[in-house]
Ligand binder design. Structure first.
Ligand code: PLP
Length: 237
């Protein structure tokens, strides 16, 4: 699939705006802009990486990641996995992604460790925290995060780099502050207690709708899709 000049111009303009808003709103010293690339063609992804200074992308479906992998694996960017992960699919992604954002169960920890051990690598992960305590969402409950983290630290082939959260969708954007400030507190607490030996711990929070508020509350990594690539069309990618 080719990318039209018009599409390129739009991607570039959106990224430039995004990067300037990151500079304006960030409170963490260093912020990584990770582009969420579900339904986005590999040609557009390559353009964003090669021509617009993006150095991290994330896919949220194992199947889609595998379909795109040959085309994206040599790009000068990190590839992350950001979606809900089933234990039986872990084997397909360990070794292919530099960071898994969405770890929230013992069975995932066990399986990731097993696969990483087999490959002789250490897999970096984030613990997903359910900031809105939503039943239909993944993530450990905030109050259980520390205990879960302690468990994760016992696996030799896993390195916990920090936490990730997806806030509930807020009609009123200022409501995001509520969720993000709580997760930031949790993050700081965890960094002191259990991640004190991790270099540059990661707080992955903020999407197209909420990255400004996330940055204002200490996010070190935002995951942005539609604000750069436009509204997703799931039927026509
Ligand atoms: C799609 C996705 C995003 C980005 O969503 P946008 O609203 O398009 O910015 C962020 N995080 C995860 C886990 C996603 O699946």
């Amino acid at each position: 699939m080719t990318v039209t000049e018009q599409e390129k111009a739009s991607i570039k303009e959106n990224i430039e705006l995004l990067l300037s808003q990151v500079q304006e709103n960030k409170t963490a010293e260093n912020v990584t802009v990770m582009l969420a690339t579900k339904t986005v063609s590999t040609e557009k992804i390559a353009y964003a990486v090669n021509e617009c200074g993006i150095n991290a992308i994330g896919e949220n479906k194992v199947q889609e990641l595998l379909e795109k992998y040959e085309q994206i694996k040599d790009l000068p960017c990190q590839i992350h996995f950001i979606g809900t992960l089933q234990t039986n699919k872990v084997k397909y992604i360990v070794g292919k992604v530099s960071l898994i954002h969405s770890v929230d169960s013992d069975s995932l920890l066990k399986e990731i460790n097993k696969r990483a051990e087999k490959l002789g690598i250490i897999q970096d992960i984030l613990i997903e925290v359910n900031s809105g305590r939503e039943e239909n969402k993944g993530g450990v409950m905030p109050e259980n995060t520390e205990a879960f983290l302690e468990k994760a630290l016992q696996y030799d082939n896993i390195r916990v780099k920090g936490i990730m959260t997806m806030a509930p969708k807020c009609e009123n954007k200022s409501d995001y502050h509520n969720y993000f400030s709580q997760i930031y507190k949790l993050f700081i607490d965890i960094c002191k207690k259990t991640l004190d030996n991790v270099n540059s711990p990661i707080l992955s929070m903020g999407m197209s709708d909420s990255y400004v508020q996330a940055l204002q509350n200490g996010s070190t990594m935002i995951r942005v899709g539609s604000a750069v690539f436009g509204k997703r069309n799931y039927n026509n990618n």
